[in-house]
Write a protein that binds this ligand. Structure first.
Ligand code: UFG
Length: 341
């Protein structure tokens, strides 16, 4: 394995004002790495930016080129994109534009400027309905939504750029990102919020009456869907390891990022009740279209290649961290409160 080489210059972080990107930027800064966040703030939050900031849109190639010329990044982490699976089904054009076209714009500008190393936010949605669970890193790919397809398309673009131009990439296929920075300063704020744990915490905060459970007839032990919840700070650490490996000259890699442990929706509800002390009422409604019954990582590459193992995998720790952020920011970041008014 190549030596880990911490980047010796700025890292460009697209989507660095968003949930996972902001945690990655914070970790890099803690490790003494300069960061340049490039974000249009359409979904991100100014208060979540860590490091230099350029407000820009990846549809604008001139803005990307200017940022690269100005800050001279040595590598990039690409988080920017749209992330609502359901919306991607009804508005696929938005997803191909934001996730594929804009990624291509970024990679072409990086390639022109000689920036070789890219870490990309991919997803377990590239596997679609998996044949085998836990899902190994080399499981067959078959996205069942435009969201998953656009992420796979970007992985393929990166593979072509590696072959043609010698760009190196790490495609990190996240399972369910969850939790928040333990210091309570950064966390998950989506508008609208659709994710399970933040919705449960809205109920516990009195902002929502109940949680609607999407189906209880799945072939799982309690009938609700099972997911692999991975702490956002563990994701950030994997990004730092990946960029450091690429900077050290390792070949491109693709791997799953999960804990390998699955929890059902009902288990998450119960854990949220314990952490918050709130009864959190639930009702069972129709299943959500396109939700696989089980999504759990069976990958070993992150451990063997990145030398990464999750440090905050305990479910209560994940929910406690998210709850600490929620109590400190009941309505999200100040700018998100203004947006939602
Ligand atoms: N769920 C409910 N009620 C809700 C919200 C969610 O029962 O109000 C359930 C879902 O059906 C699912 C689980 O809680 O079984 C987790 O749902 P999330 O919406 O929190 O997360 P997803 O598993 O749908 O999506 C996540 C990421 C996507 C990624 C996907 C991979 O958010 O970006 O995993 O399938 F693509």
């Amino acid at each position: 394995m190549s030596a880990l080489t911490t980047p010796r210059g700025p890292v460009l972080i697209t989507g660095g004002a968003g949930y996972i990107g902001s945690h990655a930027a914070q970790l890099l800064m803690e490790r003494g790495v300069e960061t340049v966040v490039f974000d249009d703030l359409s979904a991100g939050h100014r208060e979540a930016v860590r490091g230099e900031f350029v407000q820009g849109d990846l549809a604008d190639t001139g803005a990307i080129a200017d940022a690269i010329q100005r800050f001279k990044p040595v590598a990039a982490m690409h988080f920017a994109g749209k992330c609502y699976v359901g919306e991607s089904v009804t508005e696929p054009g938005l997803y191909y534009q934001a996730n594929v076209v804009n990624s291509l714009n970024l990679f072409r500008e990086l390639q022109r400027a000689g920036v070789r190393d890219v870490v990309f936010s991919s997803t377990c949605a590239t596997y679609g309905q998996p044949e085998v669970v836990p899902i190994p890193d080399d499981a067959p790919l078959g996205p069942i939504t435009p969201y998953g397809q656009t992420k796979l398309d970007v992985e393929n673009i990166l593979a072509s750029f590696s072959r043609a131009y010698g760009m190196r990439h790490a495609c990190l296929r996240y399972f369910n990102a969850a939790g928040a920075s333990p210091d309570g300063t950064l966390g998950e704020v989506h508008i609208p919020e659709t994710h399970l744990i933040p919705l449960l915490l809205e109920v516990a905060s009195g902002q929502r009456d109940e949680l609607k459970i999407f189906g209880q007839d799945y072939p799982t032990p309690d009938g609700t869907c099972v997911r692999d919840y991975i702490h956002v700070c563990d994701l950030a650490q994997a990004h730092l390891s990946a960029i450091s490996l690429l900077q050290g000259g390792v070949e491109s890699l693709t791997c799953n990022l999960g804990t390998g442990q699955g929890f059902s929706v009902l288990e998450i509800v119960q854990a949220a009740r314990e952490v918050t002390g709130h009864p959190i009422p639930v009702t069972v409604v129709e299943p959500r279209e396109g939700d696989p019954a089980f999504l759990v990582s069976g990958g070993t590459r992150a451990a063997s290649v990145l030398g990464w193992t999750p440090q905050r995998a305990d479910l209560n720790t994940i929910i406690e961290d998210a709850w600490r952020f929620k109590r400190a920011h009941p309505d999200g970041y100040p700018s998100s409160c203004a947006e939602s008014r």
